[in-house]
Every structure is written in structure tokens, then in C-alpha cells.
Design a protein around this ligand. Structure first.
Ligand SMILES: [Zn+2]
Length: 261
């Protein structure tokens, strides 16, 4: 297979055995150019089987209020809500158009935001809640902010990546939480190799994606583990509130902000 991001060939990287959710051995491949790692076996599963793996995995903890594979989940959601509110209050996120939480799960983050700044649209492919949008109701290039937390690592095609960012208005932003690091470890015991994780992003790969999607600058909040991608250069983003950058744990750069080694 070729890399979804830079189209370069991939090499075999390692295999991992799962004895859960009907999976046995999963093959991982790594892009020779940008280092992005792909769970090839999961990408090749027929859609019905893949849906079964996702539902079995997510139903194993949903409703409990906890995810054993992500114990910091609720604390991080609070930090993400606080950050988004603070950026909106300071004019670093546009509230002129609607916000969408894409892949919102049970809608916890949207509910936290709604309490403070009004309704957030919700969509989830695998979870249907009250008032959630259907896929056909999503409007391309419409949303001032698309929030994507813990979703990009579950996707199986380049077109599904582009479908998310394609919903963002011309001057809109992306709020992104997924794992991005300098190198993906060649280690079948690595904690992040879950049965539902398909793509493992590197700084180099994500920088290329940001460029392809037209995000010219970004900020990263370390505690919330959240990137905001902007369509404008950094100087323009920060011109009203340059002091925001003095906030501890907030980093900014042109293009994609590479934080993790
Ligand atoms: Zn690549």
C-alpha cells in the first residue's frame, strides 16, 4: 500500500496479535517518506467486519463513564472545553457560524460547551444520540469550527480524512485531538495499538496534511492535547490577542506545531 498522505510506498513494520473482538494478527506498515504507520489488516477488513470490531470495542466500556484504555479521558475533555471557550472569548475562534463535533461519541464535550456558549452540532458515525445530525445533513465548507477528538486514528481511507476537514468553512478552524509524534515506535506492546486504531500520525505526516488542507498555522495546548489549525498565518490569528501566547502550555507556529518527539 501507499501512504494516504504523501503517496510514498510503505514497508512492513511489525505484526501484533490481538485476541479480542475477532481479531488475531494485525500487520502494520510504515511510510518510507513521512513515517506514518498504517494497520494494514484493519484497513483491509470488509466494512461489516470493521463495524463489528468498532462496535464490540466501544460497547465494551460505553455507558460506564470510563474507558480503561484512556483513563485520563474525562479530565482531558474538561481541559478541551475550557480551552475552546477561552479561545472563543478571546476572538481566536469564530462563533459566527455553527460548530460541529464530528465523531462526538456520547456528546460529552459538546454538552460542556453548550452549557457555556450555546448549541454545538453533533455527528457520530457509530453512535446516534438525540438531535445528532445524520451523515447526509453534514454541509461541506459550512462550519466555523470542526472538532475532531479521538477520531482520526480510527479512519480507513484518505477520503474519510478529507470529508471531515471538507466541512470547515473557508475561514474556519479545526480542533484536533489525536496522537501525533516524531516517530511511531516499532513495538507491538506500545499502549496505543488498540484494535480500533488504524492510522498513527507523525509530525511530518500531519504537517503535510495541514498543508494539503490549507491550514497555514496552528496552536497546541499541552494539557488539553488539542491542536487548532487556522487558515491564516500566525501573525493574523494572534493580532488581537498576542498575549494569549504567554499562557502556560500554549504553543504556536506556522503550519503544524510539532510538539511530541
Ligand atoms: Zn507518507
Amino acid at each position: 500500500m501507499n501512504c494516504y498522505i504523501c503517496k510514498a510506498p510503505t514497508d512492513h513494520y511489525f505484526r501484533k496479535r490481538f485476541d479480542r473482538f475477532g481479531l488475531d494478527s494485525v500487520n502494520y506498515r510504515r511510510c518510507i517518506a513521512c513515517g506514518t504507520v498504517y494497520a494494514e489488516t484493519l484497513l483491509q477488513l470488509p466494512e461489516e467486519r470493521w463495524r463489528g470490531v468498532c462496535e464490540a470495542y466501544h460497547n465494551s466500556y460505553r455507558g460506564s463513564g470510563e474507558n480503561p484504555d484512556d483513563p485520563n479521558w474525562r479530565v482531558r475533555l474538561n481541559q478541551q472545553a475550557e480551552l475552546l471557550l477561552r479561545l472563543a472569548e478571546n476572538g481566536l475562534l469564530n462563533r459566527a457560524g455553527p460548530w460541529l463535533d464530528h465523531g462526538c461519541g456520547e456528546g460529552e464535550l459538546a454538552a460542556m460547551l453548550a452549557e457555556r456558549i450555546g448549541k454545538i452540532s453533533c455527528y457520530d458515525r457509530y453512535w446516534k444520540g438525540d438531535g445528532y445530525l445524520q451523515e447526509a445533513e453534514l454541509i461541506p465548507r459550512h462550519y466555523s469550527l470542526v472538532i475532531s477528538t479521538s477520531t482520526l486514528e480510527h479512519l480507513r481511507s484518505r477520503s474519510s480524512l478529507d470529508a471531515i476537514t471538507g466541512l470547515i468553512a473557508e475561514d474556519g478552524s479545526l480542533a484536533l485531538h489525536t496522537l501525533v509524534r516524531g516517530e511511531i515506535p516499532r513495538d507491538p506492546a506500545w499502549f496505543y495499538l488498540l484494535p480500533v486504531h488504524t492510522i498513527f500520525y507523525t509530525n511530518k505526516g500531519m504537517a503535510k496534511l495541514f498543508d494539503q488542507w490549507g491550514f497555514h498555522s496552528s496552536i497546541y495546548a499541552v494539557d488539553a492535547r488539542l491542536w487548532i489549525g487556522y487558515r491564516k498565518p500566525l501573525a493574523e490569528v494572534l493580532k488581537q490577542k498576542p498575549q494569549m501566547l504567554a499562557s502556560p502550555g500554549l504553543h504556536a507556529s506556522e503550519g503544524f506545531l510539532a510538539y511530541w518527539p
